[in-house]
Design a protein around this ligand. Structure first.
Ligand code: SAM
Ligand code: SF4
Length: 329
C-alpha cells in the first residue's frame, strides 16, 4: 500500500517475543525486565492473522525479530506456514547464539536471509556489551551455518558505540573479505537503555566510512546495493566476497525510502521507529466478531500515521520509553 507521502509500504518486521538471552547495553535493561503474562503476547495463530491482513494490503516481505526470536518455542513450525500463505521474502534477525543447530530447519521452513548481531570480536568486550554469557564462536559458527545452508545474503550488524567498540570498525570489515558476509555498521539510536549515552557516544556513519577509507584506500561504493529491505548504503573492499554497509538512522535521514511497519510482540503497530505513536491491533485480533477486513483497516490506518521523517533530534519527544527489545529493531 502507498502511504500519504507516496512511499510503497510492503515490509513488516514482526517481533515474536520481547524476551532475550542477552542484555545488550543499548537495548535491554540488565535487571528489572518485567516478565509479562503470556496472554499479552500474540500467539502464533494471532500472528498469522496479522500477516494475512498485511498480505491483503500488499505487505509480502516479513522479517522475524524480537527480543531474540529463536528463544520462542515453536518458531520453526510457525515460519513454515508463511511462504504458503503468500509471503515472498522471509528473513530473520538474531543474535545468532542458538542459530547453528537450527540453520537447516530454518532454511527448510522458508527463511531466505538472516541478519546476525555482533558488536565485537573480543570475548571480554562481548560480556561488557551483551552482559549475559554468550559465546562469540557460536555467532561466527552461525554465520558459517547460514552460508552453508544457502541463506543469502548473510548480514552482520554491529551497533557502533564510541569508546566501547569503535576501534573494531576495521577488524569487522575484514570479515567481509573471505566470506560472503555483509557487515553493517549501525548508528546507535537514542532509545530506552541507550537514551542516556547516545549523543556523546554516537559515531556518525560518515566518520565510520572515513575510518574504513583510511585503512582500505580503494574502498568502492556499490551502486546496486545488497538484496534486502533496508536503507543501508553499501561499499566493498575490492576483491572481497562480501561488503560493508552503513545504517545512518540518526545522522543521514533515509526516511524518504521507508517501506516498513513494525509489529510488536504484544500486537501494536509502530508506524515509525522515530516517533512514539503506535496502533493497538489486539482489539481487532481478539474480538471474535472483528473481520479480517477490519484488522487490515486498522493496519492501513497505522500506515497512514507514518510521518514523513523521524524526529530523533526533537528534545521534547520521549524516546527513553521506546523499548527496542519489544519493538524488534
Ligand atoms: N535479538 C536480535 C538481534 O539482536 O539481532 C533481534 C532483535 S534486535 C532488537 C534487532 C536489532 O536492533 C539488532 O541489530 C540490534 O543491534 C538493534 N538495536 C537494538 N537497540 C538499538 C539501538 N538503541 N540503536 C541501534 N540499534 C539497536
Ligand atoms: Fe537481545 Fe537483540 Fe536486544 Fe541484544 S539487541 S538485547 S540480542 S534483542
Amino acid at each position: 500500500m502507498i502511504d500519504q507521502w507516496g512511499r510503497k509500504v510492503n515490509y513488516m518486521r514482526v517481533s515474536v517475543t520481547d524476551r532475550c538471552n542477552l542484555r545488550c547495553v543499548y537495548c535491554m535493561p540488565l535487571q528489572g525486565v518485567q516478565l509479562r503474562p503470556r496472554d499479552e503476547y500474540l500467539n502464533y495463530d494471532e500472528l498469522l492473522r496479522v500477516i494475512e491482513a498485511g498480505l491483503s494490503l500488499g505487505i509480502d516481505k516479513i522479517r522475524i525479530t524480537g527480543g531474540e526470536p529463536l528463544v520462542r518455542a515453536g518458531l520453526v513450525d510457525f515460519l513454515a506456514k508463511l511462504k504458503p500463505m503468500g509471503v515472498k521474502d522471509l528473513s530473520l534477525s538474531t543474535n545468532g547464539l542458538l542459530f547453528a543447530p537450527m540453520a537447516e530447519d530454518l532454511k527448510k521452513a522458508g527463511v531466505d536471509r538472516v541478519n546476525f548481531s555482533l558488536d565485537t570480536l573480543k570475548a571480554d568486550r562481548f560480556h561488557k556489551i551483551a552482559r549475559l554469557s554468550g559465546d562469540i564462536d557460536a555467532v561466527t559458527k552461525a554465520m558459517d551455518a547460514a552460508i552453508e545452508v544457502g541463506m543469502h545474503p548473510v548480514k552482520m550488524n554491529m551497533v557502533v558505540i564510541r569508546g566501547w567498540n569503535d576501534d573494531e570498525i576495521v577488524d569487522m570489515a575484514r570479515l567481509s573479505i573471505d566470506r560472503p558476509i555483509h557487515v553493517r555498521y549501525i548508528e546507535v539510536m537514542p532509545f530506552s537503555e541507550a537514551y542516556e549515552f547516545t549523543w556523546e557516544n554516537l559515531v556518525p556513519a560518515a566518520e565510520m566510512r572515513q575510518r574504513l577509507m583510511d585503512e582500505f584506500e580503494d574502498l568502492e561504493p556499490l551502486r546496486k546495493g545488497i538484496e534486502g529491505n533496508g536503507p543501508a548504503k553499501y561499499w566493498k573492499i575490492p576483491g572481497s566476497k562480501g561488503s560493508v554497509g552503513f545504517i545512518s538512522a540518526v545522522t543521514e535521514c533515509f526516511c524518504g525510502e521507508c517501506n516498513r511497519i513494525r509489529l510488536s510482540a504484544d500486537g501494536k503497530i509502530n508506524p515509525c521507529l522515530g516517533h512514539v505513536h503506535e496502533v493497538d491491533l489486539k482489539p481487532f485480533i481478539r474480538n471474535p466478531e472483528a473481520t479480517l477486513e477490519q484488522l487490515a483497516g486498522a493496519m492501513s490506518d497505522a500506515i497512514h500515521l507514518k510521518p514523513r521523517e523521524h524526529n530523533f533530534d526533537d528534545a521534547t519527544a520521549d524516546f527513553s520509553k521506546r523499548i527496542m527489545h519489544g519493538i524488534g529493531g
